[in-house]
Ligand binder design. Structure first.
Ligand code: FMN
Length: 186
């Protein structure tokens, strides 16, 4: 079976280590899982801040983003921690996916979150997202936790990192694939 995942990096920084985590995921993913990073990242950058007034006639950038995600089986998120919270860039992209009520584009996805953080390692950003994304009917892949302390100094944007980090990401992606196989047929 072939599966398709959308990578979401919550950092716009050119040398982002969270984008680097997605690049590692791309590299270690088995052939049956394709992880897209470039197009989703471009799409996220085109999104306006969430505004319910735009829902009657959503801009092309929002429609494109929703279509990109609705056709995917999984989301792999590289989520920076900003002031103990999910980074606004990725949170905004996710908020667009959760609306309109009853027609959101997230149902049934397998979702894995990883964080390259600062001194704190970023472990606080994932629980609130897991809560809302799980509530919307998704399978959250919790294990193993990928929370890299001072990740900006350990992971390059093209996904070069030490073996400990690469092995953790590999295990995470293997669990994503297992969860995709375990999904009930729709
Ligand atoms: C506004 C701001 C707030 C931050 N708050 C936290 C924090 O609460 N916890 C933490 O571990 N790192 C924090 N950091 C550090 C970021 O997590 C770190 O810069 C980020 O992991 C870099 O990601 P990137 O390499 O993908 O750009 C903060 C950084 C910024 C810019």
């Amino acid at each position: 079976m072939n599966f398709r995942a959308i990578g979401i990096s919550g950092s716009l920084r050119a040398a982002s280590s969270n984008t680097g985590l997605l690049r590692i995921a791309q590299r270690v993913a088995p052939a049956e899982l394709t992880i897209e990073v470039d197009e989703p990242q471009h799409a996220i950058q085109q999104l306006p801040f969430y505004n319910e007034d735009l829902e009657d006639d959503p801009p092309a950038s929002v429609q494109h983003w929703r279509e990109l995600v609705s056709g995917a089986d999984a989301l792999i998120i590289g989520m920076p921690e900003h002031n103990f919270s999910p980074a606004a860039v990725a949170k905004n992209a996710i908020d667009w996916l959760t609306r309109p009520p009853g027609q959101h584009t997230l149902q049934g996805k397998v979702i894995a979150m990883m964080t390259s953080g600062g001194m704190g390692g970023g472990s606080r950003v994932q629980p609130p997202l897991a809560l809302i994304l799980g509530y919307l009917g998704n399978t959250i892949v919790e294990e193993p936790a990928v929370n890299v302390k001072l990740g900006g100094t350990r992971i390059t944007v093209d996904g070069t990192a030490d073996d400990e980090i690469v092995d953790l990401v590999r295990e995470k992606i293997a669990n994503v694939v297992a969860a995709l196989h375990a999904r009930p047929a729709s």
